[in-house]
Structures are given as structure tokens and as C-alpha cells.
Design a protein around this ligand. Structure first.
Ligand code: PLP
Length: 453
């Protein structure tokens, strides 16, 4: 029997990324409240949120300071736009704070309402930049298979998610995708089982091959996440990013590093770009910027692009009603101030990340686990069939089974195919990490029992 709220939900609410027919009699899960690292459903069950909402509630739930920041700002100035030469205090302070935290070459911000809008903005800025520079032939953008850059038409076109590409209608032209540095999925398999570092270099070489196919002077930018999140928490081999940087420098191609997931402490630095020593030309951000409390995104813009667009570009005909929304900006600013004051990022780097890595690695003794990897507070498990040591038959949807079992047992894990992912709030304690790992093991045990022949 569906709860009355579930019945109403079923009747009127079209959810993102949901197959409605497949929801069946079960209906949607109703989440009513949250505190710290836990969410609570309508039956009062407490569930450890191993995904920080959607990779975003970095400070955890129930932070009164963020509620106060929103309330104060709503009283003071609930809305004003930032178009046509107007500004307001929270947006200015947030822009300055972001530039102080970002890699040194990033000194300007363009605000948006979401990560998808940030990537639309990226595409427009990249193409505008080369036109202003007198090189309009540089128009191609190279992304990666399985990369995720949002759900708007530009976002899904920059991304490399085949199911999103295949749902009908043309995508934005001039965007192509190269292979992802996914060693477990692509480097480890088959005859040519490769050394991970050689595989990383080969994935970077694939970018150069594509550049040469398109034409040396035709490529405007390369876009990638430092660690591919929604594609499966794909941590690249150490050889990958230095080799990519060298290729881009050789052909004067802009680097866009999508920090929507990796930014704001997830990998143990303020930005994934710091971890991998990247100096992006453009850096889209969102999610953890406000710990998900209010929707806000943006693009940090490198000096090379900002100087050109400001000095030579004229008016940039682009912007959103909610670019730099004052209440969202005030909450984001307070969020960053709290993260700084509490040393949240350093704690992920020095304590929690290494602790999770040690505890997560203990799961490799489980017969269903082919690999356990983590960086900062993002981690993945690769499920394998113990009988063959290879992937399960896709029809078994082992990952979704494990995800649903895990939720019932009190832990939110995400599945991408047969890759299980966690990305918990950055304020998780050592004891809560222990619980998380125990719950993941219980979920694996039950999944193994369900899949046993
Ligand atoms: N970029 C990355 C790397 C993401 O993971 C996401 C969302 O998950 C986006 C962009 C899109 O952000 P939004 O959902 O806020 O539009």
C-alpha cells in the first residue's frame, strides 16, 4: 500500500533520472528530515547518508549558521540581480573569497544557479574567447566518455553519458569524446591487461590522437573532472594528468576542470585541481559551494580568458536571473567561512581521507569486491562475480541490488553499473566511517546471498 504522500508523488511528480514504470508498487522513499550525516525517512528509519545528498552536503545537515545566514539575507535583500552594472554585498564577498581559495591564476567568477548552467557558461566563454582572439576555427571541445557535466543540452553534450545522448534530438555540435582513464573497467580487462601508469599515459595520448584527427588548430578546449564522479568515482592513474597537461600545452588548448563534485574539500584540498597541480583556464563549481543548502553554481575564470573578454570582448550576452542570487551567495559565503574556521578541508586531507582509505581497503577481502579505491572522501567498490573473477551478467543488475539492500540496511550508497560509490559529508567522524564500512560489508554479504546460484 502506498502512503498517501507517495500516491500523490506518483500522481503528479516527475522525478529526475527515474524510470517511473519501474518504481512499481513500492513508490518513492519519503525523506522527512536530516541531522549531521543522517537522513530520516517517513517511517522514522535513520540512514547514514553515504552520498552527502548528491555529493554536496559537505558540512552535513542541520547547520544553524547557514539557516541564520539565509534568514538574515532574506530580511536584508531577498533578491536583486547582478545584470547591467549592479551588485550587492554577498555576491562581491563570495567572489573575492572564492578567488582567494582557488589556484592563483583564477581571479574572476561568473555566477550561475547550478552546475549545468556553469557548464553552459563554459561552452559559451570558450567559443567566445577564441573568436575574440581572432581564431574562430578553434571551436571543437573534447570531453570524455562517461563524463558528466549536467543535464541541459550543452551539459549533456559536453558529458559523455551514452544513455543521455541516445534519448533523441541533436546535441550541441562540435563536441567529441575520448576514452576515460578507467583502469579497472578498461585497462585491466582482456588480453592486453596493462600496467595502470602505462594505461594512464595511453588515455592522455588518445586526446592527442583526436586533436590530430580534428586538426591541430581546430580544438578550443578539453573538459574533464579531476576524478570522474557520476561516471563511477574514477581516480586516474598518477601518470594521467601530467600527460594531459603536456598535450594541451603543445596545441594551445584551454583546460576546463569541472569541480562541481571534487571542489570544496571532497578530495582533501579545496579543489581537485590543487591535488593534481592543475591551473585550469575555467573551473565550473556548484554543489559543495553552499553544502547544497541553496542552489548556486559558477565558473571561476582564469586571467588569460578574463583579461581577453574584459579588454577586448565587449558585452557578453549571457546571464541568468539567479546569477549571484543574494541569499544563495550569503549561504555559500558562510559555508566557506565555516569550512575554513573548522579546518574541514585539512581534516579530510590529513585524517579522514587516510582513515577511510585504510578502512575501505579492508573490503577487498570480500568475494564480491574486485577493487576498493578512494581519494579524500570519495570511494568506490568494483563488484565482481566470485565464480569468474569478472563482471556479473549485466541483466542481474548487481549494483542496483546492492544499492537497494544497502539503503534498507541504513546506508546510502550509489551504484553506477556494478560500481558502488560513497561520498559522505566531510564532517563524518571516525566512528561513523567504521559504521559506514560495516554497513557496506553487510550489504555486500546480503547481495552475495541473493546472487548465489
Ligand atoms: N558537473 C558535474 C561534475 C556534476 O557531477 C554535476 C551534477 O552532478 C553537474 C556538473 C551538474 O550540476 P547540476 O546538477 O547542479 O546542474
Amino acid at each position: 500500500m502506498l502512503h498517501s504522500l507517495q500516491a500523490l508523488d506518483r500522481a503528479h511528480h516527475l522525478h529526475p533520472f527515474t524510470d517511473f514504470k519501474a518504481l512499481g508498487e513500492e513508490g518513492s522513499r519519503v525523506i522527512e528530515r536530516a541531522e549531521g550525516v543522517y537522513i530520516y525517512d517517513a517511517e522514522g528509519n535513520r540512514i547514514l547518508d553515504g552520498m552527502a545528498g548528491l555529493w554536496c552536503v559537505n558540512l552535513g545537515y542541520g547547520r544553524e549558521e547557514l539557516v541564520e545566514a539565509a534568514t538574515e539575507q532574506m530580511r536584508q535583500l531577498p533578491f536583486y540581480n547582478t545584470f547591467f552594472k549592479t551588485t550587492h554585498p554577498p555576491v562581491v564577498k563570495l567572489a573575492a573569497k572564492l578567488c582567494s581559495l582557488a589556484p592563483a591564476n583564477l581571479n574572476h567568477v561568473f555566477f550561475t544557479g547550478s552546475g549545468s548552467e556553469a557548464n553552459d557558461t563554459v561552452l559559451r566563454m570558450v567559443r567566445r574567447y577564441w573568436v575574440v582572439k581572432g581564431k574562430p576555427e578553434k571551436q571543437w571541445v573534447i570531453g570524455r566518455e562517461n563524463g558528466y557535466h549536467g543535464s541541459t543540452v550543452a551539459g549533456l553534450s559536453l558529458g559523455g553519458m551514452a544513455p543521455m545522448h541516445d534519448q533523441g534530438g541533436p546535441r550541441v555540435p562540435g563536441i567529441t569524446h575520448v576514452r576515460q582513464p578507467y583502469w579497472f573497467g578498461e585497462g585491466r580487462v582482456g588480453e592486453e591487461r596493462q600496467d595502470p601508469e602505462a594505461f594512464g599515459r595511453q588515455c592522455a595520448a588518445a586526446i592527442e590522437e583526436r586533436i590530430l584527427e580534428l586538426g591541430e588548430d581546430k580544438v578550443a578546449a578539453f573538459i574533464a573532472e579531476p576524478v570522474q564522479g557520476a561516471g563511477g568515482a574514477i581516480i586516474p592513474p598518477e601518470s594521467y594528468w601530467p600527460a594531459v597537461k603536456a598535450v594541451l600545452a603543445k596545441y594551445d588548448i584551454l583546460l576546463v576542470v569541472d569541480e562541481v563534485i571534487c571542489g570544496f574539500g571532497r578530495l582533501g584540498e579545496w579543489f581537485g585541481s590543487v591535488h593534481y597541480d592543475l591551473a585550469p583556464d575555467l573551473m565550473p563549481i556548484a554543489k559543495g559551494l553552499s553544502s547544497g543548502y541553496l542552489p548556486i553554481g559558477g565558473v571561476l575564470v582564469g586571467d588569460r580568458i578574463a583579461d581577453t573578454l574584459i579588454e577586448e570582448g565587449g558585452e557578453f550576452f549571457h546571464g541568468f536571473t539567479y546569477s549571484g542570487h543574494p541569499v544563495c551567495a550569503a549561504v555559500a559565503l558562510r559555508n566557506l567561512e565555516i569550512m575554513e574556521a573548522e579546518g574541514v578541508v585539512e581534516r579530510v586531507r590529513d585524517e579522514l581521507g587516510p582513515y577511510l582509505a585504510r578502512r575501505w581497503a579492508t573490503l577487498t577481502d570480500h568475494p564480491l569486491v574486485g577493487e576498493a579505491r578512494s581519494l579524500g572522501l570519495m570511494a568506490a567498490l568494483e563488484l565482481i562475480d566470485p565464480a569468474s573473477g569478472e563482471r556479473f551478467d549485466e541483466a542481474l543488475t548487481a549494483g542496483n541490488l546492492c544499492r537497494d539492500i544497502s539503503f534498507r540496511r541504513g546506508l546510502v550508497m550509489r551504484s553506477v553499473g556494478d560500481t558502488m560509490i560513497i561520498s559522505p559529508p566531510l564532517v563524518i567522524s571516525h566512528e561513523q566511517i567504521d559504521d559506514l564500512v560495516s554497513l557496506a560489508r553487510e550489504a555486500l554479504d546480503e547481495t552475495a546471498r541473493c546472487l548465489a546460484p
